[in-house]
Design a protein around this ligand. Structure first.
Ligand SMILES: *Cc1c(COP(=O)(O)O)cnc(C)c1O
Length: 392
């Protein structure tokens, strides 16, 4: 393959091309079969070529692909109803990607500030976060590698350490232009970092006291991934704003900025928009995703499978001192080693298994929620052996 000279060099892809998928398996163009423990980075939560999603896309494609947000789009209304029903939130704006969903959230925060006569509104973001690649979202991202070369960055962000409530309290005491906090309930790219159990609850309280918007980036954690529809539901709180993308369309590009209470009333006609956002095709796919997660009880299933996989790794890797931590929630899983291990991705590929390494030394697994117990055990066996061989 070795690729085309006409693609910009934004990626350094592995030497494999997939041309078919079915459930948890992918097939390359030579017919070899791979176990997919990454789901296209938490996108294909229902696995590949899920029949319900495929049929929804086929049916919609035969009827109508696109009109415009100048007209009423019934699929968009139905999808918003479903999202608000499962999140207990109020209104949705649809985008085409995660970064765009976060852009909408950032604009909501600034409107909220200006409505309070704050001319220079600032949003708190955290270290080692990831929020996207547009100029505002790469500024919000807590990773210098994502920002370097793209200065000047966007104004209006304040950085705080992740999982540090005292740091947020101190900003609250010393700043009068803060309007919101944007944070991931579990950091994904940052290394599957789980905050303390009460972190989100305490952030909620601080936001209430200061009239800040609590804005949760659930682009990776949402859509059943952590064993609940959304990670905030483990804490029994409701954010003012939540962003979604990845698993929402099972591979069809769609993002959403969901808002609750007064944050849901901030945008007025003319404030924001998107040509493709919420078009009939992408909404048909996302409706099928939501209905399938409900029908097949996949939130509960993700919780069970996550426990099974973590216990499996704990057993198989118990002797290995190179393993610093095995962690995660539901099917968002990380194994932290005492050394960098980017080579594991290629070694896993040689074993016909797709995994990811993030933050240098964290093996990240985001398998589809439709795994069988047997397939979950296969992932544990293959990845444990790889890690043991790599560290010995
Ligand atoms: C993937 C991701 C994004 C960016 O989504 P895109 O669709 O690539 O723009 C933002 N935030 C989090 C937490 C993500 O995991």
């Amino acid at each position: 393959m070795s690729g085309s000279d006409h693609l910009m060099k934004t990626y350094a892809p592995l030497d494999v091309c997939f041309d078919k998928g079915e459930g948890v398996y992918l097939y390359d163009n030579k017919g070899a079969k791979y176990l997919d423990a990454l789901s296209g980075i938490a996108v294909c939560g229902l696995g590949h070529a899920h029949p319900t999603v495929t049929r929804a896309i086929q049916n919609q494609a035969e009827k109508l692909l696109h009109t415009s947000n100048l007209y009423c789009i019934q699929n968009q209304q139905q999808l918003a109803d479903r999202l608000c029903n499962v999140s207990k939130m109020d209104r949705v704006f649809f985008s085409n990607s995660g970064a765009e969903a976060n852009e909408a959230a950032i604009k909501l925060a600034r409107l909220h500030g200006h409505n309070k006569n704050i001319d220079n509104p600032s949003i708190i973001v955290t270290e080692s976060s990831f929020h996207g690649r547009t100029l505002a979202t790469l500024t919000a991202t807590g990773n210098r590698k994502v920002q370097a070369g793209f200065e000047p960055l966007v104004q209006g962000f304040t950085r705080a350490p992740y999982n540090d409530i005292e740091a947020i309290k101190s900003i609250a005491k010393n700043s009068n232009n803060t309007v919101a906090i944007l944070v991931e309930p579990i950091q994904g790219e940052g290394g599957i970092r789980l905050p303390d159990d009460n972190y989100l609850t305490e952030l909620r309280a601080i936001c209430d006291e200061n009239d800040w918007l609590l804005m949760l980036d659930e682009i990776q954690t949402g859509m059943g991934r952590t064993g609940a529809w959304f990670a905030f539901q483990h804490n029994n709180i409701i954010p003012d704003v939540m962003t979604l993308a990845k698993g929402l369309g099972n591979g069809v590009p769609i993002g959403a900025c969901v808002a609750h209470g007064k944050a849901a009333e901030l945008f007025q006609p003319g404030n924001h928009g998107s040509t493709f956002g919420g078009n009939p095709l992408m909404c048909a796919a996302a409706i099928a995703v939501i209905d399938t997660i409900i029908e097949d009880n996949l939130c509960q299933r993700a919780d069970q499978l996550g426990k099974r996989i973590r216990e499996g790794f704990a057993t198989q890797l118990s002797e290995l001192s190179a393993v610093k931590s095995i962690r995660g929630k539901g099917l968002m899983l990380g194994i932290e080693l005492d050394r960098d291990c980017p080579e594991l991705v290629g070694l896993a590929l040689q074993q016909n298994c797709l995994i990811n390494v993030t933050a240098g030394n964290v093996v990240r697994l985001l398998p589809p929620l439709i795994l069988s117990d047997q397939q979950a055990d296969n992932i544990v066996d293959i990845v444990s052996k790889l890690i043991i061989d790599f560290c010995n």
